[in-house]
Design a protein. Sequence first.
Length: 434
Amino acid sequence: MIPRYSRPEMVSIWSPETKFRIWYEIEAHACDAQANLGVIPKENAQAVWKAKDVAFDVARIDEIEAVTKHDVIAFLTHLAEIIGNDEARFVHQGMTSSDVLDTTLNIQLVRASDILIAGVERVLAALKTRAYEHKDTVRIGRSHGIHAEPTTMGLTFARFYAEMDRNLKRLKAAKDEIRTGAISGAVGTFANIDPAVEEYVCAKLGLEPEPISTQVIPRDRHAMFFAVLGVIASSIENIAIEIRHMQRTEVLEAEEFFSPGQKGSSAMPHKRNPVLTENLTGLARLVRMSVIPALENVALWHERDISHSSVERAIGPDTTVTLDFALNRLAGVIEKLVIYPENMLKNMNKFKGLVMSQRVLLALTQAGVSREDSYRLVQRNAMKVWENGADFKTELLADPEVTKALSPAEIEEKFDLGYHTKHVDTIFARVFGA
C-alpha cells in the first residue's frame, strides 16, 4: 500500500527485515527441537543462535535469489554465510519451504490482528463517547432517504457501536482462526520430521499446531480472516456514508472537523467537503477487494500448489495496512465530528409535523376507525403537507372525519416528541450494558 494510507507499525510487520527475522526464529527453534530429540548435535543447534542479533542483509538475499530463483533457499544460504556452512548443516532438517512461509504468514497476520483490534477498540470508544453525548439529541430518522420518524443522534452512534462491537468479536475469532503453524515436512506427513518439532516451534511462537496440513496450512483459515476484514471495511463505509449524508449542504446535521488553514477546493474557496469519509468509502473498496482472491485460494491442487502465493504477497500487507489506516482515520473523524442539533430539529420540522403520521394512524384505529379508513384519512392530510406546504396538525384539526374520532387534545398529544425517545435508555442498556 502507498505511504499516504499507511501507518508505520503495521507496515513494519510486512517488511523484508521482519519476515526474515521470523524465518530465522522458526529455523532456530526447529533446530533446538531436533537437538532435544537427538536428531542433530546440540552444538549445531546452538550455533544457529549466533545470528540472533545479526541484521540479515536483504540485498544479499535478493542477490542469491536472483540465481537460485528460490527465496527460502536464498535465505538459508545467507544464514550459512553468517554462522558457517558446517554449523548450518542441519538447518531446515526434514522441513519444506511452506513450513517456513505459512507459519510466518500466520504470525504476521496474528500481529496485524492485534493492531487492527486496537483500531476497532479506538473506534468503539469514540462511538460510545459520542452516543452518550447525544443520547437525547433528537433528529429525523430516514428510510429510502425520506423522512420517517424521530430518533436520536445517540441512537445513530449506538447502532454503529453495536455493529463495530460485533466486528471486534469477529476479528478476535479470525485471529484465533489464523493462529496456527505447521512444521510437517513435504506433503504434511511428518515422514522426515517428528511432530514434536512442530509442537515445540509453535509453542515458542505463540501458535497452535495445525491439526492436519498437507504441504500448506489450509487456506479456508485465511479466507475467513480476509472475509472478516471485508465485513469491517463495509461497516466503516456504513458509518462514512451516514456522515457524508449529514454533511450535505441541504442537510448539514454534522460535518467533519475543518481545521484552520484547510482548503476545500482549488476553485471554490467556500467549499467544506467530506473528504475523509469519502476517502474511507474508497479504502473500504480496497479492503473488500482481497476477499474474493482469498476465497479462491482455498482450492489448491492436491497437497499444494503456489497459485495462492502471489495473491497473499499482495493482499496480506495491502489489506491489513489499508484497514489499519481506515480504522484510525474513522476514529479521528468520529472524535472530532461537529454536530448541529439545531439543524436536526429544523430538518425534522421542515414538513410541519408530517413525521407524526403513524401515531395519528394508530390512534384512529384505537378509536374504532378501520385501518383502511384510518390510513386514507391520515394520508389525504399528509399529501397536503407534501404538495402545498400545509401544517399537518392544522389539517387534521380541520378534518371533520378525523375530529369525529379524536378530540383536539388527543390530536395535540400525538405531536409530542418525547413519545419517540421514551425507550432510548432501554436500547442503550442493551448496547452498552446497565
